[in-house]
Design a protein around this ligand. Structure first.
Ligand SMILES: CC(C)(COP(=O)(O)OP(=O)(O)OC[C@H]1O[C@@H](n2cnc3c(N)ncnc32)[C@H](O)[C@@H]1OP(=O)(O)O)[C@@H](O)C(=O)NCCC(=O)NCCS
Length: 332
């Protein structure tokens, strides 16, 4: 991000569905307990879409709020980038659905980024690159998932982990919005690990049929223990990379905003890096793992609570299916 136009975040917003599903809900469906879920993951409840609600309902609410908070209108938006793999439709893209439902009628470009739990950070990095080029002035970046629609509700190893949600931001040249300077980002992937978190069948290779449906192989399968190890090491790596940019000086750090996948993973990673506990934000107890929405929800709640201090640094880090991982440093 050194040579182009400095990029800022004019706003941050989020949306989660109203329906709160607590851990006891699962005790009636699979063999599990509130105690196991809290102890192994840190999750107490999550929000899920109700039947009939659309994933784009969350994006529209977050998008409208992000535009309002940035002081821009639908017609000001000149590009829409959405990090999501669970849009309303397989095609067209969720970004096009969002464009229509937000009433953006100026034919601006709109596309999705598929990077699972790293989706918002990948989309944010793309958006920042478009603004830094000087060609785009108001880029709406969103991230979110309807995880409840992609998990096997009979599989106790995944069903308890995930929640639904969406987040959004408007990126502008920093001299316009004068906040949230995106100093640097880094994106990574290792496709050889694609089988660790996967919807194995029912895609382009083996389109949906009755056998796939009966075996529920169109839904997410995850190797939890292996993912745990990867997530720990990559989250640590991303936070360490971002902290190196401020000479590992904790006094410059406002907040760590890590993807909320498992409280134990995050606590161990932050302890290993020597990051003080009071500098790390968590909300997994309320939302579970909301995938691409996780970082923007945490970010937006911090903004709403007045916790973001001018000129302090925010470190964002995410890890997800792909495998993908990403880091970012923002000077608020
Ligand atoms: C999934 C996860 C919570 C499991 O916790 P864990 O401590 O690793 O548990 P293990 O996988 O070792 O399983 C321990 C036992 O609990 C069982 N178990 C799994 N889910 C359970 C549940 N919901 N309730 C009760 N028991 C459960 C397992 O079947 C296993 O039983 P076994 O020993 O008889 O085989 C943890 O591995 C994890 O969070 N991994 C990362 C997942 C993630 O972040 N994914 C998204 C990345 S973006």
């Amino acid at each position: 991000m050194n040579d182009g136009i400095p990029v800022g975040m004019a706003s941050i917003a989020h949306s989660v569905p109203e329906w709160v599903v607590d851990n006891h809900y699962f005790e009636r469906i699979v063999e599990t307990s509130d105690e196991w879920i809290v102890q192994r993951t840190g999750i107490s409840e999550r929000h899920w879409l109700k039947p009939g609600q659309r994933p784009s309902d969350m994006f529209v609410e977050a998008g409208n709020l992000a535009m309002e908070r940035a002081g821009v209108t639908a017609e000001d938006i000149d590009l829409i980038i959405c990090g999501s793999v669970s849009g309303d439709f397989t095609a067209p893209s969720q970004a096009c659905v969002i464009q229509d439902r937000l009433g953006i009628r100026n034919n601006c470009g709109a596309f999705d980024v598929a990077a699972a739990c790293s989706g918002f950070m990948y989309a944010l990095s793309c958006g920042a690159t478009f603004v830094t080029s000087g060609k785009y002035k108001n880029v709406l970046v969103l991230g979110g998932e309807a995880m409840s629609r992609m998990i096997n509700h009979e599989d106790r190893t995944t069903v308890v982990l995930f929640g639904d949600g969406a987040g959004a931001t408007v990126l502008q040249p920093h001299d316009v919005c004068k906040q949230g300077l995106i100093e640097d980002f880094t994106l990574h992937a290792d496709g050889s690990g694609s089988h660790f978190i996967i919807k194995p069948r029912g895609g382009g290779w083996e389109p949906m049929n009755e056998e796939i449906l009966a075996k529920r192989e169109h839904l997410i399968q995850m190797k939890g223990r292996e993912v745990f190890r990867f997530a720990y090491s990559k989250m640590k790596e991303m936070c360490d990379w971002a902290m190196a940019g401020i000479e590992h000086d904790h006094s410059k750090l406002g907040w760590m905003l890590p993807h909320q996948m498992n409280r134990r993973i995050l606590t161990s990673a932050m302890d290993a890096l020597g990051i003080p506990k009071e500098k790390v934000l968590h909300n997994i107890h309320k939302y579970g793992n909301t995938s691409s929405a996780s970082v923007p929800i945490l970010f937006s709640e911090a903004w709403e609570d007045g916790q973001l201090e001018k000129d302090k640094y925010l470190i964002l880090a995410a890890f997800g299916s792909g495998l993908t991982w990403a880091g970012m440093r923002i000077k608020w």
